[in-house]
Design a protein around this ligand. Structure first.
Ligand code: COA
Ligand code: AMP
Length: 630
């Protein structure tokens, strides 16, 4: 079947399409129908089914006689260690951990926060929650205490599972003090914490609150899989929005299972038993979907990689892992390839490894610039597939579905919508734009299974953020166009979200931190173009009258403040002090114009600008830090 056949098959009968995809899942009670229309543009999928995610990701493969197959390969160039876990071992380890959590009172519907680095235990913690029907919320290790505290207060977890430390090149990330700090800051307190002690740093436990990962499993009954309703939340994953308060994306259980399983063959072209590697982090949606859940649900071997594309130890690490573990499909972010390309433009490391096992490479998380794609094609001689999706959607929405058919690649476009997505480009008034014209990218409702049904405890925010501007459509927050062949081009965000090294960050959140500095009267943060990371945040600070401070000192302090409050992942290193910010006459800061000046791209003087002279000052300030030079 061609892509067009599959897509039309879905479009003609979505209900039949998703019910057929659901056949690949082991149900305790099969769904009687796929879509449940809740009214007011709210939808759910497979709500009347009963199912367990952990059963589908782990136990069923053991029952089917594949227990000895490797489920997880941990490859950590940072600790110089490698380890394999078979499906049967994984089942036993997860059942034991789930049993211990249950013995401490964790039950279906309870929230559990997971704050762990790239170790198999992070996946085991997620699966143990799934086994019990507990709702996990994984927090990325690059976030600091304050961000963790915000998530604790929103999710109100009964338990927090953490590791003693994470490892960045040349630096131990002290998770436990960060966790303790977060619990101190948060109003909600978990009943208990479980700490996985790593040998690189053994953390001090707080008597009565903290339990040792191994110790607390001693002598407990392993837990069986608890069937949950199809619309039971499998997890909450917080992602950046316009403000510092992150959005808690909810994922329902059944749709998640059906959709992820469908993508493994149709999009990523792997069969059960094949090795699949997503070089991301469990703290991001890519890690949830394509390190933990999809490969395991589909019976693949997944790789948990604790390292970086460069420097651990060199720019050949990716190629070593691919050849050593026989990876068939590899998934990474363009920024990682840019980092490798910078160190090894001629691909000297590529030549050292036999990568004949690898059939295709997928890139996502940010725009894949044509230079990077061409470089990767030249080096690897394999299809390099750009594909687009978001935390909210959970799996590829615009893609070149290699498992169905390798479509002609158009550089700069992630290709065509997947079944489930009817994408349009609309103008501000909600009118559909013709091919080639730039506007807001939206998808007709309902969204397919596995996408967000709502935001945790924030249904109004869900509706306001995604459903209100363009009634009947899901608003992606991205701007772009569709060409005459239906290929979608993603150009920019329409909100204050920026993308730094494939990490989604809120400039609004950073502005809230800067505004908290006692000398800062007003501020703005923009994302400027960066050759390696795609974008980098730059802060503009207007100081309080009478703040007679050395500007360099204030900049240092705000850089430190963002690192402390949001975390190192914000990569906030650049700020300048200016007298005033450019604004419209109604007081809106002209961030877009500032970005164009910084990037040296064409821009027009906004008709509504209050005082054009301020832009000269902005230009000089940007030049002082190496931008606005062309
Ligand atoms: N825990 C703690 N700190 C972390 C972290 C984690 N899990 N991940 C990143 N950080 C820290 C880094 O150590 C760095 O700290 P520093 O300021 O002390 O150097 C900071 O956060 C910024 O990290 P990053 O923006 O990733 O920059 P980098 O220089 O460390 O690495 C790349 C650059 C391009 C190599 C790296 O960003 C990369 O591999 N990106 C791929 C991204 C990806 O897979 N995204 C997932 C979406 S698909
Ligand atoms: P996240 O929710 O972290 O996955 O980030 C999603 C956002 O990243 C999207 O809304 C886009 O702005 C951007 N993005 C992800 N993949 C791509 C891609 N292939 N091309 C362009 N932008 C992308």
């Amino acid at each position: 079947m061609s892509y067009q056949d599959v897509y039309n098959g879905w479009k003609n009968d979505p209900e039949a399409f998703w019910m057929q995809a659901a056949d690949a899942i082991d149900w305790d009670t099969p769904p009687s129908q796929a879509l449940f229309d809740k009214g007011d543009h709210m939808y759910e999928w497979f709500s009347d089914a009963k199912v367990n995610t952990c059963w589908n990701a782990v136990d069923r493969h053991v029952e089917a006689g594949r227990g000895e197959q490797t489920a997880i390969i941990h490859d950590s160039p940072i600790t110089h260690s490698k380890r394999e876990i078979s499906y049967v071992e994984l089942r036993n380890r997860v059942a034991s951990l789930a049993g211990a959590l249950r013995a401490k009172g964790v039950e279906k519907g309870d929230r559990v926060i997971i704050y762990m680095p790239m170790i198999p235990e992070a996946l085991e913690a997620m699966l143990a929650c799934a086994r019990l029907g507990a709702i996990h919320s994984v927090v990325f290790g690059g976030f600091a205490s304050n961000e963790l505290a915000v998530r604790i207060d929103d999710a109100k977890p009964k338990a927090i599972i953490a590791a003693s430390c994470g490892l960045e090149p040349g630096r131990v990330v002290h998770y436990k003090p960060l966790l303790d700090g977060a619990i101190d800051l948060a109003t909600h307190k978990p009943d208990f914490c479980v700490i996985f002690q790593r040998e690189q740093e053994v953390a001090q436990l707080i008597e009565g609150r903290d339990f040792n990962w191994h110790g607390f499993q001693y002598g407990v009954e392993p837990a069986e899989c608890v069937p949950v309703e199809g619309n039971h939340p499998a997890y909450i994953l917080y992602t950046s929005g316009t403000t510092g308060q992150p959005k808690g994306v909810v994922r329902h259980t059944a749709g998640h299972l059906v959709a992820l399983n469908w993508t493994m063959k149709n999009v990523f072209n792997v069969d059960p038993g094949d090795v699949f590697w997503a070089a991301s982090d469990v703290g991001w949606v890519v890690g949830h979907s394509y390190i933990t859940y999809a490969p395991l649900i589909h019976g693949n071997t997944t790789i948990v990689f604790e390292g970086k594309p460069v420097g651990t130890p060199d720019a050949g690490t990716f190629w070593r892992v691919i050849s050593e573990h026989q990876v068939k499909t590899f998934f990474t972010a363009p920024t990682a390839f840019r980092a490798v390309k910078r160190e090894d433009p001629q691909g000297e490391f590529v030549k050292k490894y036999d990568m004949s096992c690898m059939e295709q490479v997928f890139l996502a998380g940010e725009r894949a610039d044509p230079d990077t794609i061409i470089w990767a094609q030249d080096q690897l001689q394999k299809p390099i597939i750009d594909h687009w999706w978001q935390t909210e959607l959970g799996y590829p929405a615009i893609c070149n579905p290699v498992g169905i058919e390798l479509l002609p690649v158009k550089l700069g476009s992630p290709s065509l919508p997947m079944p489930g997505y009817d994408m349009k480009v609309l103008d501000e008034g909600g009118n559909e734009l013709p091919p080639g014209e730039l506007g807001a990218i939206v998808s007709k409702l309902p969204l397919p299974p596995g996408t967000l049904p709502t935001l945790w405890n924030a249904e109004d925010r869900f509706k306001k953020s995604y459903l209100t501007n363009f009634p009947g459509y899901y608003e992606t927050g991205d701007a772009g166009m569709i060409d005459e062949d239906g290929y979608v081009y993603i150009m920019a965000r329409t909100d204050d979200v920026i993308n730094v090294a494939g990490h989604r960050l809120s400039t609004g959140g950073m502005e809230e931190v800067l505004a908290g500095h006692p000398d800062v009267a007003e501020c703005a943060v923009i994302g400027v173009a960066d050759q390696l990371k795609g974008q980098m945040p730059v802060g503009f600070l207007c100081l309080n009258a009478g703040a007679d401070r050395d500007h360099g000192e204030v900049v240092k302090e705000v850089v430190k403040l963002v690192r402390e409050k949001i975390g190192p992942v914000a990569a906030f290193k650049l700020a300048v002090v200016v007298d005033r910010l450019p604004k419209t006459r109604s007081g809106k800061i002209l961030r877009g114009t500032m970005v164009s000046i910084a990037d040296g791209t064409e821009w027009k003087m906004p008709a509504t600008i209050d005082d054009p002279v301020i832009l000269d000052e902005i230009t000089v300030a940007l030049q002082s830090i190496g931008y606005a030079t062309s």
